[in-house]
Write a protein that binds this ligand. Structure first.
Ligand SMILES: CC(C)(COP(=O)(O)OP(=O)(O)OC[C@H]1O[C@@H](n2cnc3c(N)ncnc32)[C@H](O)[C@@H]1OP(=O)(O)O)[C@@H](O)C(=O)NCCC(=O)NCCS
Length: 325
């Protein structure tokens, strides 16, 4: 992407939107914390999210999928894209609070949407604040439509009563990894055609963010989950965050999903975490209900916005965990 300079609204004489570089990460991280902390009224906004890490980990996962907005030579905002094959989402999108409402997020969203188009992403989504007319309005301008609530849920870590058998991707022999990755692509494509979250495996493995669990039966892969664990990841201290989980669709899906939750609980307990968190779109009624029945409670909730205005895998019988945060 070529940097673009704009004569924007609100007195922006020299705004450049460009790729985000490694040298930007400390400032981008500070803006990310300060922006959310300010919006949510935190007493020390710059410390918001504690030791949770998203900016550096997402940039390292795909440095070409992040944009920065620079005003008069200073970074004032950034956005990160996630490419899950036929599905994509973006965030965290943040702008330094003193520059809000000057059109900077809008400028960051222009190359964002161009990049999704170049990836040929069929279904683009995001999680945002349902109660904020500004947020919903900003994204509506780019063709997104609000659909269901997304709940960020959490439950205390309770080691499963019965032994649960699962494979850790990090322990799969390197010559077998391509096969396991192919199994996961096949499973997620059965959930939604072309959905491919295997980049998350690489991020977790390369950056040591946690673990990917795979549940095989004689008939093949039945369920899988990518988990971030501990400080410096999307989970934070004491937490195991299920960034993505899915059970193979079909009559055994509910049982496989239950085993997947057991496996995540077991993984979390082994890693010394005290809380498991997992987000789910309420359009996935059965997955949401299963989590609630297993003791998960809402931490917070937002709204999913979709382009096009279609459910993708937010369907009643889709046993999928993710929250596009
Ligand atoms: C959300 C955030 C990124 C927006 O950045 P920004 O630079 O202030 O946004 P912009 O000025 O580019 O755009 C604001 C849009 O909201 C629209 N808007 C504001 N109030 C509105 C309302 N009541 N109804 C409808 N639209 C509204 C504006 O019209 C503008 O759209 P336009 O450019 O088409 O006119 C920024 O406020 C932020 O960092 N917030 C904290 C972190 C956060 O919430 N991130 C996003 C999480 S999904």
């Amino acid at each position: 992407m070529n940097p673009t300079t704009t004569q924007g609204s609100g007195g922006l004489s020299n705004l450049v939107v460009r790729p985000l570089f490694e040298r930007d990460l400390d400032r981008a991280d500070r803006i990310y914390r300060t922006a959310f902390g300010t919006f949510l009224g935190a007493p020390e906004p710059e410390k918001f999210f504690g030791d949770v890490e998203l900016v550096r980990t997402r940039w390292r996962a795909d440095p070409a999928a992040a944009f920065g907005a620079e005003l008069d030579g200073t970074l004032v905002g950034s956005n990160f894209l996630t490419n899950w094959g036929s599905v994509g989402f973006f965030g965290p999108l943040t702008v330094q609070p003193e520059h809000w409402d000057r059109g900077i997020a809008r400028r960051l969203l222009e190359p964002t949407m161009d990049l999704f188009a170049s990836w040929k992403t069929q279904h683009v989504g995001l999680l945002t604040f349902a109660e904020s007319p500004k947020h919903v309005g900003l994204y509506q301008n780019f063709g997104f439509w609000p659909r269901y609530l997304i709940a960020a849920l959490s439950a205390p870590v309770v080691p499963p009563e019965r032994a649960v058998s699962y494979t850790k991707f990090s322990e799969v022999a390197s010559h077998d990894r391509a096969g396991a990755t192919g199994d996961v692509r096949e499973l997620t494509s059965a959930v939604f055609d072309g959905l491919d979250i295997t980049r998350e495996f690489d991020a977790v493995l390369d950056q040591k963010l946690g673990e990917t669990v795979l549940i095989y039966e004689a008939s093949g892969l039945q369920a899988m989950a990518v988990c971030h664990i501990g400080p410096g990841t999307e989970a934070g201290s004491g937490m195991c965050y299920v960034k993505f989980g899915a059970a193979r669709p079909g009559r055994k899906a509910a049982g496989s999903f239950g085993r997947l939750i057991d496996a995540c609980q077991d993984l979390a307990a082994t890693a010394g975490a005290s809380v498991v968190s997992a987000g789910v779109n309420l359009g996935r009624e059965q997955a949401y209900t299963a989590l609630r029945q297993r003791g998960f409670r809402h931490e917070y909730q937002g709204v999913s916005m979709h382009r096009p205005n279609q459910p993708a895998y937010d369907k009643r019988n889709c046993y999928v965990i993710d929250d596009w945060r």
